[in-house]
Design a protein around this ligand. Structure first.
Ligand code: 5GP
Ligand code: MN
Length: 339
């Protein structure tokens, strides 16, 4: 965002506006944290603000301040469409292409108001009047912090805003361990703690709230893990039957893909999760170093994301999807073994 853009946005926000904030489908900690952090900030400007999510989000995020005011487009469609049609400003957070909101794509595209994108994914589409895109950022939450700072409003950050933004920085950085974590990230986090974010409590709410069945599902996933040493790759599968057996709930498989990367020498990890209802296999890819799972997902699995974390989907059965994954590994042999 240029200085001119910031000045224009500041002027836009100087008078009361109808504002809608939208994160991507299957919102994660960064999507919900950034949306609600921005929500609390905009409320202080006396705007009429709503956070609209395409579909449900995990229960381990449902304690975040403001989470009970979130509207779901899949179950409150008419109300959400009305708010979108009437909005003067639409903030799109933590995604880079309108189709990432699934069934909301068209109604968002039809709105003639001002769109503002804040996002850290690769290759953003050009749909917003103001695009704040930075692939080097740890998280959209960190970017919302910088956005508020650029608008000169750091003093408005209170405990609620700080808590929301801390959530997304923590979850998107794997608790500050991924290489996307910069010294600036740590400075931002330190400031958020000074504003009242309780690091131990937030970590506890997100990570120490598992059910017994979720841990059993993790055990099942780990026993399904396969390592392919010649390609420094590990993958996990979870069938719908396995998910049902452990009473799967949204969010239960979050982070499971990372276990593959914890094996010495492995630099590419994948998880394939069957979703019979949607008729797809949901794929998550993770890597270490320069190996780009964003490229792999774009080229083969209808998805995208970041260099070291990407998602996608397959319309083939689970077994065939895994076979396809194994069959493309030789074409990445050099990249996987040169790392
Ligand atoms: P996850 O594997 O946790 O679902 O997603 C990893 C990263 O890739 C996240 O930043 C997420 O936003 C992005 N991502 C996940 N699924 C897709 C997808 O289908 N398309 C694109 N472009 N990005 C995705
Ligand atoms: Mn993110």
């Amino acid at each position: 965002m240029t200085k001119q853009d910031i000045a224009s946005v500041k002027q836009l926000l100087a008078t009361k506006k109808k504002i809608v904030i939208v994160p991507h489908k299957n919102p994660d900690g960064d999507a919900i944290g950034s949306s609600l952090g921005l929500y609390h900030y905009l409320l202080k400007g006396n705007h009429d603000v709503h956070v609209l999510v395409p579909n449900d989000f995990p229960s381990f995020l449902k304690w975040i301040p403001g989470s009970d005011s979130i509207l779901r487009h899949d179950s409150q469609t008419k109300m959400c469409n009305g708010l979108i049609a009437d909005a003067d400003i639409i903030f799109t957070l933590d995604f880079n292409a309108l189709h990432r909101t699934d069934q909301m794509e068209q109604v968002l595209a039809e709105n003639k108001g001002v769109k503002i994108m804040i996002d850290h994914h690769q290759a953003p589409d050009d749909y917003a009047l103001y695009t704040y895109s930075d692939v080097h950022m740890s998280s959209t939450c960190e970017m919302v912090y910088h956005f508020i700072d650029m608008l000169g409003d750091i003093d408005l950050i209170d405990k609620d805003i700080a808590t929301c933004l801390y959530v997304g920085i923590m979850t998107d950085t794997g608790s500050f361990r991924f290489s996307s974590t910069s010294s600036t990230t740590h400075n931002v986090v330190a400031n958020l703690m000074e504003k009242g974010a309780d690091n131990a409590e937030i970590h506890n709410n997100i990570y120490d709230s598992s059910s017994y069945e979720r841990l059993q599902l993790l055990g099942c996933a780990l026993s399904n893990l396969v390592v392919i040493p010649e390609f420094r790759t590990a993958y996990i599968t979870l069938s719908q039957e396995e998910l049902n057996r452990f009473n799967y709930k949204k969010g239960d498989t979050e982070g499971v893909v990372n276990y593959g990367l914890s094996i010495e020498g492995v630099i590419l990890a994948a998880i394939f999760i069957e979703d019979k209802q949607e008729g797809i296999i949901k794929i998550s890819l993770r890597s270490k170093g320069n190996f780009s799972v964003n490229e792999m997902s774009r080229a083969h699995f209808n998805g995208g994301g970041h260099i070291n974390a990407a998602g996608g989907k397959s319309y083939l059965p689970l077994k065939d999807t895994v076979e396809k994954f194994i069959s493309i590994l030789p074409s990445y042999n050099k990249a996987l073994n040169d790392e």
